[in-house]
Design a protein around this ligand. Structure first.
Ligand code: NCD
Length: 358
């Protein structure tokens, strides 16, 4: 788990990064950033299947490139040509609103031809296997496949069968890499750094791919991670992951710079994990009183969709001085643009090499 050591070079603050937060968090998020869009930006892998195999320097590269796309997305004319001529297919085997929309907007802004496959009404319903579906699609020469699937490992299995680049948009309880990257971008822009922060990840850790990807990413960048939730929602072996484990929200929030709340993933529970939602809110729901245990300038995050009055009080979620939940949505589009651009660069390079050899 998150034990990778990060070199001093990687830990150095980026030139132009905001080192000290002053005023509201919005100042960090909205300050103009100098685009650093260089030819040396690259990813080693052909696919983005998880945070697990990313080096800290690749995470920094992705976030630096995302910063430039945040600037682009705030302009009147938002087009880039990084994916022109490429076909992006979004295959979502689970319901999704924000993630699918975010990938679709990201692809369109970069000039891709984007197609959304409605897997709930597809041949999968008629008994076709995941691999058959992948092979059928592969024959149509897509360039980027964005896949969400309820089974852990399904996306990486599919990636082995196709010729294009694959992005994991969430597989079971395993990983959700673009969510962790957009969370990291939000944190880096509000706090001015992505190291030496105390991050409390709170709630249903056991069923959450968001938690898993965030633990990996924040660990690689040398942050202090605290998992907070009832023992029934804590994954077995969490204490050996190099994180702190806390079963009381007030204690878990102490001195936290970042408070990350998670949804109760009822669809992944096959039994009673909590006595009642009322009781859960009383003990683990984030409200103003509990938030007072965190640092005065702590930010509140949530990947959405939110259950107001279950894991978070609506007033906190809407408090623009504390909550960066809407900013996370904005950062999501930029991070997905960056990931798809870097994977498309690899795809072009691999194809050019094949042509040269032919
Ligand atoms: C998350 C997911 O699907 O894992 N949401 C998202 O990507 N917007 C978290 C969740 O569903 O609770």
């Amino acid at each position: 788990m998150p034990t990778a050591r990060v070199t001093a070079a990687v830990l150095r603050e980026r030139p132009g990064a905001i080192c000290q937060r002053n005023g509201s968090h919005a100042e960090g998020l909205f300050r103009e950033r100098r685009p650093i869009y260089t030819a040396t930006m690259s990813l080693r892998a052909r696919h983005l299947l998880g945070i697990e195999h990313l080096e800290p320097v690749e995470i920094t590269t992705l976030l630096d490139l995302s910063d430039t796309f945040v600037d682009l997305n705030r302009r009147d004319v938002k087009h880039d040509t990084a994916l022109t001529g490429l076909t992006q297919v979004n295959m979502f085997f689970e319901h999704s609103t924000r993630t699918q929309a975010s990938f679709e907007i990201a692809g369109k802004r970069l000039g891709a031809d984007v197609m959304n496959m409605h897997m709930q009404s597809s041949s999968v319903k008629k008994g076709e296997t995941l691999i058959d579906t992948a092979m059928t699609l592969n024959a149509m020469h897509p360039d980027l496949l964005v896949v969400r699937h309820p089974s852990s490992g399904a996306v990486s299995l599919l990636a082995q069968k196709v010729n294009c680049a694959v992005i994991n948009a969430g597989d079971g309880r395993h990983e959700h890499p673009t969510q962790a990257l957009l969370d990291a971008l939000t944190i880096r822009r509000t706090k001015g750094r992505l190291q030496r922060l105390t991050v409390a990840i709170c709630g249903d850790i056991a069923h959450s791919r968001v938690a898993r990807s965030n633990i990996l990413l924040l660990g690689k960048m040398e942050n202090r991670i605290r998992l907070v939730g009832p023992p029934t929602l804590m994954p077995a072996g969490a204490a050996e992951w190099g994180v702190e484990v806390c079963t009381n929200l007030e204690d878990g929030l102490k001195d936290a710079d970042v408070v990350m709340m998670l949804r109760l993933q009822k669809e992944r529970m096959d039994g009673a994990f909590i006595p009642s939602e009322r009781e859960y809110y009383h003990r683990f729901g984030l409200d103003g009183d509990k938030l007072r245990h965190a640092r005065d300038d702590a930010i509140v995050m949530h990947p959405g969709p939110m259950n107001r009055g279950v894991e978070i009080d609506g007033t906190i979620a809407d408090d623009i001085n504390r909550s960066v939940i809407q900013d996370q949505v904005e950062m999501g589009v930029a991070v997905r643009m960056a990931a798809m651009k870097l994977l498309a660069d690899n795809l072009h390079a691999a194809r050019a090499e094949t042509e040269e050899m032919a």
